[in-house]
Design a protein. Structure first.
Lengths: 175, 185
């Protein structure tokens, strides 16, 4: 007997997998909408913490999905959520890879690519906005976000360095 | 000889795919694509620079986590279904173990003020990194007014109005692709 919560998790992420044009970062607003506002699996603060943990572990940024699953249904939930999020899109990719090579220069292919690009960028921008809003409740947290944004747009500092400084600042109560 | 012009190997075995993507999975924080390119193109020379770009553009165009799509395409290219499965499993196995272990440890120590504070700091910084990534990606769009408009509509619908993703994609993608088709050179 499979626990209903695992089926629920799988159902949510199987759908998201096929909607995640632009990758995992582009569906963060939708994951937030479902996990916090529709399903009430967690609070805004929980979501922000899971996001931070996913950034503190090595690996692809889709890891946030396994942490949502873990929060809802433990380790098994984490595995189910990750497989559901990656499965359908991988099958689609497998099926399409051959055709893509064949129609490399087709005008419709180029139009689809050019048409999807601005949608994807808008989605990732929305992710940054939603995540900042859930993470920042104090002036010092806003200051950390602002400094990170400025530094990553104007310098070539390694992102890990900025995350490290932000973690240290937070540990000493400045966040 | 430049790495990108060296002849790629004729084939890559299933176990090489598994081990290669296992390393990629553990190589980066908050996204591993730059490390994937370095290993696949420069170090192991499985693909040329151009071939990798083509794989990348397909993986971005299709739904799904981009790096997972890259693993499936490259695995398929060398070893079919077995290769795709090996690359997929190699990529996700270790990060999944590490992140779930980290979450369990965090749950034990979450009562400490400093641990929660560090987490808030990372969260504030990492969310800004995603915003910065989006702004960098937006730079090439600036030259075309319609792309700026589409990008803004997507942002407002999802971030401010909280329109469900499916509706937004169903409404906006056909319009955007239609404009791109109409404007094609």
């Amino acid at each position: 007997m499979i626990p209903p919560i695992l089926i629920e998790l799988a159902a949510q992420f199987l759908v998201l997998s096929l909607l995640s044009i632009g990758g995992a970062n582009a569906v963060i607003p939708e994951i937030h909408l479902r996990a916090v506002e529709t399903e009430h699996w967690m609070t805004d603060a929980d979501f922000a913490q899971l996001f931070a943990l996913s950034q503190a572990a090595p690996g692809p940024n889709v890891l946030i999905v396994s942490l949502i699953g873990w929060k809802v249904a433990g380790v098994l939930g984490g595995i189910v959520a990750m497989l559901a999020m990656s499965g359908p899109s991988s099958l689609l990719t497998y099926g399409v890879a051959h055709a893509w090579e064949r129609w490399r220069d087709a005008p419709w292919r180029i139009a689809i690519q050019r048409g999807l690009a601005p949608v994807t960028v808008g989605l990732i921008l929305a992710s940054g906005y939603i995540l900042t809003r859930t993470a920042d409740h104090t002036w010092s947290a806003y200051a950390i976000s602002g400094a990170t944004l400025l530094l990553s747009l104007s310098t070539r500092l390694h992102p890990l360095l900025m995350l490290g400084v932000a973690a240290a600042a937070g540990a000493f109560g400045f966040a | 000889m430049d790495a990108s012009t060296a002849a790629p190997p004729a084939t890559v075995s299933t176990s090489e795919l598994f081990v290669g993507f296992l390393k990629i999975g553990l190589s980066g924080f908050g996204g591993v694509m730059p490390f994937a390119r370095r290993m696949i193109v420069e170090q192991r020379r499985w693909l040329s620079e151009l071939e990798f770009l083509d794989v990348l553009s397909l993986s971005q165009f299709l739904p799904g986590p981009n790096i997972v799509n890259v693993s499936v395409i490259i695995g398929r290219r060398f070893q079919g279904v077995a290769g795709a499965a090996a690359a997929f499993a190699g990529l996700l196995l270790m990060p999944l173990v590490v992140v779930l272990a980290l979450a369990s440890v965090y749950a034990q120590f979450a009562q400490f003020e400093a641990v929660r504070g560090a987490c808030s700091g990372v969260s504030a910084s990492a969310s800004a990194l995603i915003a910065a990534t989006a702004l960098k990606l937006a730079r090439p769009l600036k030259t075309s007014a319609w792309q700026v408009v589409i990008c803004s509509i997507a942002f407002v619908a999802i971030a401010l109005l909280r329109v469900p993703l499916l509706w937004m994609l169903a409404a906006l993608c056909p319009v955007s692709i239609g404009i791109a088709w109409w404007k094609r050179a």
